[in-house]
Design a protein around this ligand. Structure first.
Ligand code: SF4
Length: 299
């Protein structure tokens, strides 16, 4: 794709976003960097629609890193509720502690410092740098990667995980915009392309007829050829260790809300496969998501 074509795609995507973006509370003016951090960690592996209410409750209870760091990690796990992948709650708590200990209780506005925080990979650091601080850096989540792959590579799906070539390409798009008159702001391009991927250029049913990029999209021009790469990972759930861990953690969380621990034997019969239940409980204990005391298992 030529540089003018890339610029046109960026401008159109930003214009589309201004008109069609969802009104998510962490996108409103005045949102603190900490609130952006919480939204990013929560939305990593959970649909945004399921994040809004827990995010509000979380921000009400812990409006600053210091507020979260002052509570025990188990409180974060309890408040994580049904967002899934609860290790994120522990990592967020660790990150809050590190912000207090090393960054004066603030979210650092430096990309390298963000990337060094617990639970922050390259994507999360870039997203916070961009969305909370307006920084210019490539942001590559699954939605943005899908849009770029379709628009420029004429392929239905990107590789399973972001490659170095994709990061270089994302930087090249930003470089294209640098120095031109009236450039699309990097942070706006990041959130806009992410939103386009989430709402229009979706994985299964892209709404090309509604897309502002439909006359610039290589995949659409090629007749939307089917994916011919390696089989894509499916999000198995029923009967998996992930489901089992969720069931066990829910039982502990419910008891913990009443100030009780759960007897191990009672806990293990909460799942029909005893060996799997034992293995998953051991995993929860090893991860620090639950703890075993004389009365039983608690958060
Ligand atoms: S035209 Fe279709 S495939 Fe191309 S970016 Fe838009 S929604 Fe995605």
């Amino acid at each position: 794709m030529t540089a003018p074509d890339r610029l046109e795609v960026m401008h159109r995507t930003c214009a589309w976003y201004r008109e069609h973006a969802r009104d998510l509370p962490w996108r409103r003016p005045g949102t603190s960097p900490w609130a952006v951090v919480v939204s990013e960690i929560m939305a990593q592996q959970t649909p945004v629609s399921r994040v809004v209410d827990p995010w509000r409750a979380w921000m009400h209870r812990w409006p600053t890193p210091a507020a979260l760091a002052a509570d025990p990690p188990g409180a974060a796990v309890a408040a994580w509720g049904r967002l899934g992948y609860p290790r994120r709650a522990l990592r967020l708590h660790e990150a809050a502690r590190e912000m207090v200990e090393r960054h004066g209780g603030e979210v650092p506005g430096d990309l390298a410092a963000l990337e060094a925080l617990p639970g922050f990979g390259r994507y999360t650091a870039a997203a916070v740098f961009s969305f909370a601080f307006g920084g210019s850096t490539p942001v590559l989540d699954t939605n943005i990667r899908r849009v770029l792959t379709r628009v420029e590579d004429a392929r239905q799906f990107p590789p399973a995980s972001a490659t170095a070539a994709e990061w270089r390409r994302a930087q090249a798009w930003l470089d294209t915009a640098a120095g031109v008159p009236d450039p699309p702001p990097a942070a706006l391009w990041a959130v806009a392309s992410m939103e386009l991927g989430a709402l229009v250029c979706t994985a299964r049913t892209p709404a090309c007829g509604l897309c502002p990029l439909r006359d610039r999209c290589a995949w659409l021009a090629a007749g939307r050829p089917a994916h011919d790469g390696p089989p894509r990972r499916t999000q198995a759930w029923h009967g998996t260790d992930r489901q089992c861990r969720g069931v066990l953690l829910d039982l502990v969380r419910t008891a913990d809300a009443g100030g009780l621990a759960v007897d191990v034997t009672r806990l293990l019969v909460g799942w029909p496969e005893p060996d799997q239940a034992r293995r998953c409980l051991d995993g929860l204990l090893a991860d620090g998501l639950v703890h075993q005391g004389p009365d039983g298992v608690h958060l």
